[in-house]
Structure formats: C-alpha cells, structure tokens
Design a protein around this ligand. Structure first.
Ligand code: GDD
Length: 373
C-alpha cells in the first residue's frame, strides 16, 4: 500500500493505526505493508515515519524519501519501488483521511473478484462526497473531469478520473510507461486513468465515501493546473476538442473551396443563365472536399487500426449520409432564416443563427452517425 506524504505529521500515525486495525487478512486473504513516500516534509513527517517504521509498526512500514517534486513524481518513484519489491497488488491512497481506511477492503475484494484495477470512485452509485465539501473543491474536480474528457478524450464510461485511491495488479503497472510521462502533479492521475481504460484490463469502479481532509492543506498549485491541461491535451489524438477543431478547420477550408470553384467556373462560363448550376457544382466540390478530409483527418479513427484501407462500401455509405446531412443543414439554415426573419430578427443575424444551428446539427450527425463504424 503506497501512502504519499507531504506535511502530514498529524495524519500519519492515526492513518497507520487505522490501516493496521482493518480485518484485511481475515476478510480478503491479503497481507500488506505500507510504503510511506515522503518528500522531505518540513513538518517532520519523514522522521516520524522512520520512527514508526522502527518502532510500533516495525516490519510493516517501509519509508522512502525524496525531494519535493510533486505528487506525480512521488507516485512514480513509489510505483518503481513497489514493483521492485514484487508486491502482487499495489494500492495507493492519500494520507489525509480523504480516503477512508474502511474502504480499503472493498478495493481488494474487487481485485479478488477478478478486476485488474479497482478505482475508488466518488461518482458511481453508492459513492459519497461530503456535504461540507468546499465549493472550490467541487468545481476543481468537476472541471478537471470535464477537461480530461473534452481535451483529453478520456473514456466517459470512467466516472472517477482524478483520484489517487486505487488498487492495481503489479502486471498492469509494469506495462504502463508511467515513468515517461512528464507529470509533476495531479495530471499524473488522468494519465493513469486514461492508461487504465485504453488497455485491455478489467477496470472496476468501487463506490467510496470521500472526506474533507482531516487536517492540513491541499498541495495543488497553479503550475499543477497548467500541467494538468498540457497532459490532458496530449492524451488522445481523438479527443472531442481536437476532433471539433479539425472539423471546423476542414469546414472553413471547404468554404474557400466552394467560393474558389464558383469564381473559377464563372470566369469560363459568365452566362448568368447557368450561375445556379455553377453554384451547385461548387457546393458539390466543397462536399467532396469536406468528405475526403473529414474521413482522412477529422475522424481519423474511422479507419480502424488494423485496416490498410477503409472498405469501399463503408466509404460509399458515409458519403451518401454526408450528402443527406448537407441537404438537412441547408434546410435548417433556410427554416431558421424564414422563422427568425418573420419574427423581426435582422436578416443577416437570422441567416447567421441558421448557419450556427446547421453547424451544430452537422457536427452532431457527423460525429455520432456518419464517421462511426
Ligand atoms: N510525497 C509527496 N510529495 N506527497 C504529496 C505531495 C508531494 O509533492 N503532494 C501531495 N502529497 C500527498 C499529500 O500529503 C496527500 O497524502 C496526498 O498526496 C494528496 O495531496 P493533497 O494536497 O491532500 O491533495 P488534494 O486534497 O489537493 O487532492 C485531492 O484531489 C486530487 C484531485 O482530485 C485528492 O483527492 C487527490 O487524490 C486527487 O488527485
């Protein structure tokens, strides 16, 4: 069991007492040691850990020391050490009683029932967050979760993304390149969460009751937040944010193609009688452009990893669906325009709102139905 500590002098001894009083061996069959990873806490937590490891918890507590380099780095070093010592399952929890010792057996039971990874979750049925949880905390974890999903593309099926309360089989950690990720702070938690759900392991979320820390302060800093965004951004190439940014880019270039083709054709066919036909050709050119680049660039995952080429049938189906969608979006723009301008909205604004609505429809249908197999 890994417990990272930084200035936890009031919490460490009560926590170890609570952990060693748990009926873990009787209940789950597991024996455990506690690895305290302290980063030179100025309040003397490291020295206290040493005294406890040599005294009342001799043989059951191991202390590892380092320089203060953030929770992420502390966890990496502690993982290295636990793996080296050959523990079958590595359980991690905060030292500040925000994770209840009474929930530890639940994580181990989940592992006993076949899970490779058991995550202590505040956000699944049965999970509890304290009624007096400060608003700042709630906002922070909610925003962190949303950022991890939108910017990082972490699977929405996983509800708890930022916790440090989990039990993991050693083989899992041995196969995750956690040492390579530049994560000093809390960004490390979403790196791990993403690695867990993108691997082929059985992941279970176990409901836990979360508590406001018993004493001391949170160590999150502004640089942790900046780092969190950087790590989230790099997690997945197919995150909703990146996909949307690519969709907009392709669509804007498609507009340039549309106008360019129309201008080009008009130079050769200046007859006003066929301008409508030229417009239709320009629209088709932009549809082909958008379709090609949405397939190859925006929705890269449309081509499955084992395929050299996307099957022609899938391409034709998607193309047909995209043609229908563009017809639908024209209808949306037109309907919005007619309704809003009849309500007295300025005609350009009415058209712009229609374009906005059509864009939403287009993106929704494209990402949910067309480039999905
Ligand atoms: N060794 C070491 N080094 N331990 C650290 C460091 C560090 O640099 N920074 C924090 N810790 C330890 C703390 O002593 C505590 O045991 C645990 O890591 C969590 O630190 P807190 O400072 O209490 O975290 P928090 O309250 O901001 O974080 C909560 O929210 C995070 C984001 O959701 C906890 O629930 C975290 O688990 C969670 O990741």
């Amino acid at each position: 069991m890994i417990v990272p500590t930084y200035n936890e002098i009031d919490n460490l001894e009560p926590l170890l007492e609570a952990l060693f009083s748990l009926p873990i061996q009787a209940g789950t069959g597991w024996q455990f040691d506690v690895l305290v990873r302290d980063d030179s806490s100025p309040d003397g937590t490291g020295e206290l850990a040493e005294r406890l490891a040599a005294g009342r918890f001799a043989g059951r507590v191991i202390v590892s020391h380092g320089q203060k380099a953030g929770l992420g780095n502390a966890m990496k070093r502690a993982f290295d050490e636990a793996i080296e010592r050959g523990y079958d399952v590595i359980l991690t929890m905060d030292a500040d009683f925000s994770h209840a010792p009474a929930d530890v057996p639940k994580l181990l039971e989940a592992i006993n029932s076949g899970a490779d990874i058991a995550i202590g979750s505040r956000y699944v049925d049965g999970g509890l967050i304290p009624g007096n949880w400060p608003l700042g905390y709630i906002i922070r974890t909610r925003v962190a979760g949303a950022v991890a999903r939108m910017l990082g593309g972490v699977d929405p099926a996983l509800k708890e993304l930022t916790t440090n309360f989990r039990a993991v089989r050693r083989e899992v950690l041995e196969r995750i390149p956690y040492g390579d990720v530049q994560a000093k702070g809390y960004g490390f938690m979403i790196f791990l969460a993403n690695a867990f759900v993108t691997g082929s392991w059985k992941v279970t979320e176990v409901p836990i009751s979360f508590h406001t820390r018993a004493s001391g302060d949170s160590k999150a800093s502004l640089s942790d937040i900046v780092e969190f965004f950087r790590i989230a951004y790099r997690l997945n190439d197919d995150s909703p944010f990146k996909q949307l940014a690519r969709f907009i880019t392709v669509g804007l270039l498609g507009t340039v193609v549309n106008l360019g083709v129309l201008w080009f054709l008009r130079r050769f066919f200046p007859d006003d009688g066929i301008v409508v036909l030229l417009s239709a050709i320009a629209i088709q050119a932009s549809i082909v452009w958008n379709f090609t680049f949405h397939t190859r660039f925006t929705f890269k995952k449309f081509r499955r990893s084992h395929e050299r080429r996307i099957p022609v049938r899938s391409l034709l189906t998607a193309f047909g669906q995209y043609e229908l969608t563009t017809a639908l979006t024209q209808t949306v723009i037109f309907t919005c325009f007619v309704v809003l301008s009849n309500l007295g909205v300025f005609y350009l604004l009415a058209q712009l709102l229609g374009i906005g609505a059509a864009f939403i429809v287009n993106y929704y249908v494209s990402s949910t139905y067309i480039w999905v197999r």
